[in-house]
Structure formats: structure tokens, C-alpha cells
Design a protein around this ligand. Structure first.
Ligand code: NAG
Ligand code: NAG
Ligand code: ZN
Length: 424
């Protein structure tokens, strides 16, 4: 009976509308701002209103009220969604300044995030060091370490965290790629001693470390987890990368639900910030066709562009196409790839074999599904509360209410000394 209970409880419970202040199709900056801060803003903005004034996030409100906080993602940590919870900028692309805010270097509230796990190392290294994405000499890793952060930058550092159970104190800053973390389909192929952590491994670190710091305390934790690269795979119309990142998201969900069963004072809400790719399943959908691909189009494109041998056709048929599950490609398919349309042909060939069609390389305006899970009376109440159709801006107010924290108080603090610190 228990598994039946879990299954019904984790069914979708509602929908959210996602349009931004200035567009029916939102971007991740405006959608993140809605989900984190509870306000509509223009596409491209982050944690600020359309007029550029900052608004507090539910994470910042939780921190201010004594909760511990975490952001666990597979994109760069300063990408739109995690940034919306922890930074404020009229321009979501002000990556260097956003990173500085996230570790408290230039945030009016100081250090507000206790667990930061994801990609984006290059934004934390000063200009001139290897693989830096900064144009100043601010060393955010050194700054964070001085402020007591435990810093992790690779697999051996990650293993030393012992999945958050070890003697590691908060705060933790763990970034495991200079850019985004790899797609799950590529990550699985990495050599074990240098393999990036998966989203479910990082989730475990976050849960264990935040639990360790808060159990038996009055205030618990707030954590936002994003399977960020599902969006990227959809932008690329790469059905294989999409599949494995969705499956990894399922692994994360499984971990979180089991965590809640074992820690019944915890609740979970899950929702996509928007749909991407306009994915449809017009006929003969067969996802099993996707499993013969062992690398993403992104990875194979890099191999293909770096190939400097003389037998391009041979390399394509012996190495590239089998790695994308297309050993059966026809001569005319191969001709078309050789004539230049590498990524779009790979996408089209595998998508059609799996019965998948894409409507766009961008986002769409469809509602996104809302999931929620908690056990016991809290589970019943949660389901009653979040069943239905919501505007995306309503969710953080609901969470802030449940945690009894005040986002308006954060907004007042953010504006208290003027807002010159907000990048424009
Ligand atoms: C505002 O400025 C005062 C005086 O410099 C300082 O004590 C206070 O911490 C600042 N508050 C914020 C939220 O920046
Ligand atoms: C991992 O990163 C740390 C810095 O956080 C560095 O000292 C160490 O040499 C790196 N290990 C490997 C195997 O690259
Ligand atoms: Zn996107």
C-alpha cells in the first residue's frame, strides 16, 4: 500500500501560467523572478521590477529569518534561475556581478546562500587565471574561502564532502565545470576520477549538509534544485540529451520524496519555469530509440568541428553517427550532414526515429505542471492548497507564508541604502 500512497501523492496537482511582464513567452530571468520573488518582470531582468527596483526573494527572506539556504543546479550557478533567488540585476547577463552577489561580496544582505552547487567556476576566478570569465581581478573563490566557505572545484573535492555527511561546515561553494555542468548523457561517459557530480549526488550533499546544520533547531532550510539542462537540450532540439537529463531529474525527485518520507517536517513543490522546444509526439513515439545515443549533439559537434583527418565521411559513419544512435543513417542523410547541417540533421534524424517533433528552438507559452509532496496532515493541506491553476508569481508568497518569513522586509532592506549596487 505504501508505494500506492507515494504514487498518488506525487501526482501533478496543478498548473502555472508563465507569461512575463512584457511577453507572453517568458525567459528564465522573468520566470525565475516570478518563482523566487513573486513579481512579474520583463524578459532579461533578474530579481528586479520592470522599473529596475530590486525585490526580495523567498530564499533571502528565509535566510534573514534564520533558515539555512541552498541552490543546487546543473547550469552555471549564476544563470537565470539560481540567480533570481540570490541576486538582483536589471540584466541577467551581468554574470560577473551576479556571481559576486551570490557569495555576498556585493550583496546588501551579505552572505545569504549556505550551499551553492553547480557549474560556472570561470566567473569566480580573477582575470588572468586559467579559464577566467571575469574582466576584473576579483577572486571570488579566495573571497569565499576567507569568509568561511568550504570550496570544492572537482571530483576529488566533491568526494571529500562525503555526500554532505562528513565533517564539512556550511557554507559550501562547489562548482565543477567552468561553464554549465555536462549533459547527463555525456557526464556518464567521463572518466570516474574526473567525473562531474550528478544532480542527484549534489542534491544529496545539499539535503545532508542543510539537515546537519538545522536538525533539532527551530528553523529548517529552504533549497531550490534545478535540472537546468533539460531546457538547454530542448533549445538544441537534442532528444537524447533531453531524455537523460529528464531521467536524472526523476532520480532527484525519487531522492527528495524518500527524504520527505523520512523527514516528515519537509515539503516539496516542483514546477518548470516554462516549456522549451515545443516538443510534441505526433506519431509512433518510441523513446527506446533514444537509448542507443551515448553522447549529446553538443559533444559530438565539438568532436566533428575539431576533426582534422582526411576521411570525414569515414569518421562520420564509424564514430559520430553510432555515438548518436544513427548507425542506420542513409547515404543521402550522410551527404546532407557532410554538406553542412550537422546539428540540425542529427536532431531531425534521431527525433523522427523516436516519433518526436519540435516546434521551436526557444520557449513556449504553455502552462507548466505543478507538483507538490508532503506527508501526513501537511501533505493533505499542501495538496488542497496547491491544487488548481496559479500565476507563477503566487508560489513564492505561498512558500514564504508557510515558512512564516517576509519577502517585503527583504525588499525594504535591499532598497534601504539606495540601489546603485544593482547592475543595469
Ligand atoms: C546601510 O548603511 C548603513 C550605514 O553605512 C549600514 O550600517 C547598514 O548595514 C546598511 N544596510 C544595508 C542593508 O546595506
Ligand atoms: C581539485 O581542486 C583543488 C582546489 O579546490 C585543487 O587543490 C586540487 O589540486 C584539484 N585536484 C585535482 C585532481 O585536480
Ligand atoms: Zn531556455
Amino acid at each position: 500500500m505504501h508505494s500506492f500512497f507515494v504514487l498518488t501523492q506525487s501526482q501533478p496537482v496543478g498548473l502555472t501560467r508563465t507569461q512575463s511582464a512584457n511577453n507572453l513567452v517568458t525567459d528564465s530571468g522573468a520566470a525565475g523572478t516570478a518563482l523566487a520573488c513573486g513579481f512579474k518582470t520583463n524578459n532579461g531582468a533578474l530579481g528586479v521590477l520592470p522599473n529596475g527596483q530590486p525585490v526580495g526573494s523567498v530564499l533571502e527572506a528565509a535566510k534573514l529569518n534564520g533558515f539555512k539556504t541552498g541552490l543546487v543546479v546543473t547550469s552555471t550557478i549564476n544563470h537565470a534561475t539560481p540567480a533570481a533567488y540570490s541576486a538582483h540585476s536589471a540584466d541577467r547577463n551581468a554574470y560577473a556581478q551576479i556571481a559576486a552577489q551570490q557569495v555576498g561580496y556585493s550583496h546588501p544582505l551579505g552572505q545569504a546562500v549556505d550551499v551553492l552547487l553547480g557549474g560556472g567556476r570561470c566567473y569566480f576566478k580573477p582575470e588572468g587565471s586559467s579559464a577566467s570569465c571575469r574582466e576584473d581581478n576579483i577572486d571570488l573563490f579566495a573571497y569565499a574561502e576567507k569568509r568561511g566557505y568550504h570550496v570544492a572545484q572537482n571530483r576529488s573535492d566533491f568526494d571529500a564532502l562525503d555526500l554532505g555527511r562528513g565533517n564539512v561546515r556550511l557554507p559550501i561553494l562547489g562548482l565543477f565545470n567552468d561553464g554549465d555542468l555536462s549533459y547527463e548523457v555525456d557526464r556518464k561517459q567521463q572518466a570516474e576520477d574526473v567525473r562531474e557530480p550528478s544532480l542527484s549526488e549534489m542534491t544529496e550533499v545539499g539535503l545532508n549538509a542543510l539537515h546537519r546544520a538545522t536538525h533539532c533547531k527551530e528553523k529548517g532550510f529552504f533549497m531550490m534544485i534545478e535540472a537546468s539542462r533539460i531546457d538547454h537540450a530542448s533549445h538544441a532540439n537534442d532528444p537524447a540529451a533531453h531524455l537523460w537529463d529528464v531521467l536524472e531529474y526523476n532520480n532527484v525527485m525519487d531522492k527528495v520524496l524518500k527524504w520527505i518520507d523520512a523527514h516528515p517536517d519537509t515539503a516539496m513543490i516542483s514546477v518548470a519555469d516554462h516549456e522549451t522546444g515545443g516538443i510534441t509526439l505526433p506519431s509512433r513515439h518510441d523513446p527506446s530509440r533514444l537509448t542507443s545515443a551515448t553522447q549529446s549533439i553538443e559533444y559530438l559537434t565539438e568532436l566533428w568541428e575539431n576533426y582534422d583527418g582526411s576521411d570525414r565521411r569515414g569518421y562520420l559513419t564509424s564514430d559520430i553517427l553510432p555515438a548518436y544512435g544513427l548507425s542506420d543513417a542513409s547515404g543521402s542523410d550522410i551527404d546532407s550532414i557532410l554538406s553542412g547541417s550537422f546539428a540540425s540533421r542529427l536532431s531531425a534524424l534521431l527525433s523522427s526515429r523516436a516519433g518526436i517533433a519540435w516546434g521551436t528552438g526557444g520557449h513556449t507559452a504553455v502552462d507548466t505542471t505543478l507538483y507538490a509532496y508532503a506527508v501526513g496532515d501537511m501533505g493533505e493541506q499542501l495538496k488542497l492548497d496547491v491544487a488548481g491553476s496559479f500565476d507563477n508569481t503566487e508560489l513564492p508568497w505561498y512558500v514564504a507564508d508557510a515558512l512564516k518569513v517576509d519577502m517585503d522586509e527583504v525588499t525594504a532592506l535591499l532598497r534601504g541604502n539606495g540601489t546603485d549596487w544593482v547592475p543595469t
